[in-house]
Design a protein around this ligand. Sequence first.
Ligand SMILES: Cc1cc2nc3c(=O)[nH]c(=O)nc-3n(C[C@H](O)[C@H](O)[C@H](O)COP(=O)(O)O)c2cc1C
Length: 191
Amino acid sequence: MEKIDILMDIIRTRRSVFPPLYASDKEVPRSIIEKILEAANWAPSHKKTEPWRFYVFTEKSREDLGKFMADYYLENTPETEFSQVVFNKMIQNPLKAPVIIAIVMHRDLSASLPEWEDIAATACAVQNMALACTAEGLGSFWSTPRPALNADSFLKLSENERCLGLFYVGYVEKEVASVERGDPSEKIIWM
Ligand SMILES: Cc1cc2nc3c(=O)[nH]c(=O)nc-3n(C[C@H](O)[C@H](O)[C@H](O)COP(=O)(O)O)c2cc1C
């Protein structure tokens, strides 16, 4: 197979795998998690700021993450809007995948870059992780629940850091629904 065909196959077959679809008790070897994180580290960044940081939750630390999210939801949701189903999901979702990686953007303020460039670089790193997961036969999913986006004190982040969500990783147990994309030609203007 040509390199481009291998790459296109990985790009096309990457899917967001939601928490209920993971084999929660099938561990991902540490060497594979490290390879995925190395793929992230090869992302491009303006002025080589490499603004991505990753906080890896496995085993028991996933319980702490779930407890933090549920507590945050409880404390920051008006009583009239509170949903027991959502509260339970906050606790249980992190236990459904063997690996959860908090995605953190770390800004080097001396680089004087606009924030969006560091967000874009971090997103490139996340896509590298997602493609590496697909190539390893793993499912993944970028999740952006409000508690995770406000996890500064839970993760002990500095002023120049911001959590951009959670990246779920795990082996896939159930079938993942296929997803279509619109016609690329409708999004392209040839000049
Ligand atoms: C930055 C970002 C944040 C996302 N946050 C969520 C989320 O909080 N909840 C969710 O259900 N999906 C989330 N998604 C995943 C999308 O639902 C998913 O990418 C889309 O349905 C297309 O499916 P695919 O990834 O399998 O191609 C997010 C995706 C991105 C790129």
